[in-house]
Design a protein around this ligand. Sequence first.
Ligand code: PMV
Length: 330
Amino acid sequence: MKSTAKAAAHPNIAFIKYWGNQNHELRIPANGSLSMNLEGLDTQTTVSFDTDLDQDQLVLNGEIVGNEALDRVSSLLDRVRELGEIKTKAHVLSENNFPTGTGIASSASAFAALTLASITALGLCLSEKELSQLARTGSGSASRSIPGGFVEWQAGTDHDSSFAETIAPQEHWDLVDFIVLISKEHKKTGSSQGHRIADSSPLQKARVADAKRRLDICRKALLEKNFQNFAEIVELDSNMMHSVMMTSDPSLYYWQPATLEIMAAVQSWRSEGLPVCFTIDAGPNLHLICPAEASQAVKRKLGALVNVKSILTCTPGGPARLLEPEITGV
Ligand code: PMV
């Protein structure tokens, strides 16, 4: 017997970043974070629990995947099976509409879509909060891809208190995120490993102690649509996370010369009055955020930079959503 569901989710870009965990197993983060879902980028995942299977199977963008990626998916499915009180294995088919190998992290959208699809395939019905908690155990940032729009993830202290919620709907602020690709290389050290070594940096304690202040400033600037205050705190937060990365053991250097070149260009454009700021995740590529009114001007400026390989354009996105429930019983 087979029971199938298909769900979709957007990745998200964090304005206040998640880096380091209180509990690695459950991915309870060291600090709260705040993000925007990215309309334009999508992961679509179909989960079929099938009594004929003797192990979980994962097909990612048309390729059969095993080892670590499959183990991580199976761990999330184990939690779902425990909730559904079944042992049936599943076939997981996951597709990103953005090119793989572009260095864009897809674990947030992947685990959000996987969570919603697998829960639905078993005929279970969880609240948004419960879905966010569950998605978090697969990839921390996936907790933020369950709710829609602008989202805050409360760090909490345990499984029940650590989840993400919408703080403003996607229509709240017409922001544009230009994802500026300067390298298509896969990152050498993924975020799961990065979170594990965050505490080895002497700067992490100070970064975490100051997180509530940054979150308060960012949330206020976002709710008031005050771009100047927003820009300054978003860049500071990204720089603080990268300072921790660079000073952890072993040190992680995600920036490349072109990353720094564009960071400096963005700050100079802003000082000339163009409302735009940068934020950078665990890789060399940049996200340039600006209000929609400034997007044409920012695009023109970017067009003049020689190191830019390609640009993806995103706007605020909605929540994880169900595409196909097709339940025939397990
Ligand atoms: O959810 P993870 O383990 O992929 O970690 C995400 C880490 C950053 O993208 C660097 C920051 C963030 O908050 O999204």
